[in-house]
Design a protein around this ligand. Structure first.
Ligand SMILES: Cc1cc2nc3c(=O)[nH]c(=O)nc-3n(C[C@H](O)[C@H](O)[C@H](O)COP(=O)(O)O)c2cc1C
Length: 417
């Protein structure tokens, strides 16, 4: 049997491939291929040949319309301004797409945000710092969406105290909605539905200029932290090297690597049923799933082809960076983390407006012991001293934006729904 690729677009992408790029047909066996029993996956997965098998003729694509539905529901009228705003807030960026937010609507004109403690990343984010940043991004999109409907929100951050060293049951924020005819819509809000984390190789012929990068920092308010950037060759090469080494540490430490593989959702069925975590969709992934090379035990096997392909895929992304940016704060309290989360999504929305692709590279900011050397290295590079903390590190460039990432439906994120 051969699996034939019918390429309809110029590029075949490794992950999250939309069904309109290519079709894969599994054909009944072809005589010259009958005895081949291997899979060839090039870096771009442009050829896949599978040996003798028992599959019938069929077509493989990933239809993620169920997992992506929340992106089409935002903007509907839920007859409750809080729900209308939440429908956008759940589209905020968040680490490993864990979507850790829960909204409790049981008080009038207000809501309380909790963190779902089952959605933490204890190995790669032991102090839950990145999770809190995601919650800060959620609150900022909530604010923008509320303003677009004529509501100011008043946010009390960690109203029952800031949890250390890890998050606990206490609320993350209490949010009151006040109708205000004079509320101005935030100009960044119109980019919420087109914002994407772009895990693509960036165009090597398109530089990211200083004027563009300066516009990202210009959308921050004082509490959001400081945005710095580099687009000169020497700094970009240094940062690529630091990020690549961080990536190798994360995948090389068994417990941090396995935390990620546990969160991998491979193929349409798995992603639509669990629209969170790391989604691997598209024909190549459907085939990988079908033939069993993308099972967690294979991905955890350091000698497997799938493990090596994963390393190469992400390293190639890092190596295609055309510029870097980083967000720092002077302190590192829970409130600093919430505030920088707002800054994070604001810079991302500003990039979206400019057609600039943004991809966070958080490995070297992770706070597990094996990463400590690189954590220090990136802080030294950024000139961060005392309590100053690099909260986010991003690569920038130009590439086609992918389809939206999966989300759980809004009703599943409401307390006691
Ligand atoms: C604090 C934080 C850290 C993140 N770190 C990474 C990262 O290291 N690598 C990556 O590919 N994406 C990273 N992301 C992006 C998320 O994976 C992404 O927001 C999520 O999958 C949802 O996709 P979307 O942003 O396209 O909606 C991070 C996001 C946040 C908020």
């Amino acid at each position: 049997m051969i699996i034939g690729l019918c390429v309809r677009d110029s590029k075949l992408k490794n992950a999250d491939i939309d069904s309109n790029y290519i079709d894969i047909y599994i054909l009944p066996k072809a005589s010259h291929m009958t005895n081949r029993r291997h899979i060839l996956m090039t870096g771009a997965a442009s050829i896949i040949v599978i040996g003798a098998g028992v599959f019938g003729a069929r077509r493989l694509t990933s239809d993620l319309s169920v997992a992506r539905k929340p992106w089409t529901v935002a903007g509907n009228d839920f007859e409750d301004p809080r729900m209308n705003a939440l429908a956008y807030a759940i589209l905020a960026p968040n680490p490993h797409n864990r979507q850790p937010w829960i909204a409790d609507l049981r008080s009038d004109n207000a809501l309380t945000v909790y963190c779902d403690l089952d959605r933490l990343l204890p190995e790669t984010d032991p102090p839950n710092r990145q999770i809190v940043i995601g919650l800060g991004a959620f609150l900022e999109v909530l604010r923008q969406a509320a303003a677009s409907q004529g509501y100011d929100i008043e946010v009390e951050q960690f109203p029952e105290g800031e949890p250390y060293p890890v998050l606990d049951e206490r609320p993350v924020a209490h949010v009151t909605f006040n109708s205000n005819a004079n509320t101005q819509s935030d100009p960044l809000f119109e980019h919420v539905l087109s914002r994407r984390t772009v895990r693509e190789n960036f165009d090597q012929t398109l530089e990211v200029d200083a004027a563009t990068l300066n516009q990202l920092g210009a959308v921050l308010h004082a509490a959001h932290g400081n945005f710095n950037w580099a687009n000169d060759k020497e700094s970009v090469e240094t940062l690529k090297d630091i990020c690549n080494r961080g990536w190798l540490v994360e995948v090389g430490v068994e417990r941090t690597h396995q935390e990620s593989t546990r969160l991998m959702r491979v193929g349409e069925k798995e992603i639509n049923a669990n629209p969170d975590g790391i989604s691997l969709a598209g024909p190549v992934m459907e085939v990988g799933k079908l033939v069993g090379i993308l099972e967690p035990e294979k991905l955890n096997d350091l000698n497997s082809r799938a493990y090596q392909e994963t390393i190469n895929f992400y390293s190639a992304l890092i190596d295609s960076a055309m510029a870097f940016g980083w967000l720092t704060t002077d302190g590192n309290t829970r409130i600093d983390q919430l505030n920088v989360g707002a800054g994070w999504v604001r810079t991302h929305l500003a990039a979206t407006k400019l057609g600039l692709a943004m991809h966070p590279l958080s490995q070297v900011l992770q706070e597990f012991p094996e990463m400590a050397g690189l954590y220090k290295e990136i802080h030294d590079f950024a000139g961060a001293s005392n309590n100053q903390t690099v909260q986010g590190l991003f690569r920038y460039g130009y590439a086609k934006f992918p389809a939206p990432a999966p989300r759980w439906p809004l009703e599943t994120r409401i307390a006691d729904a």
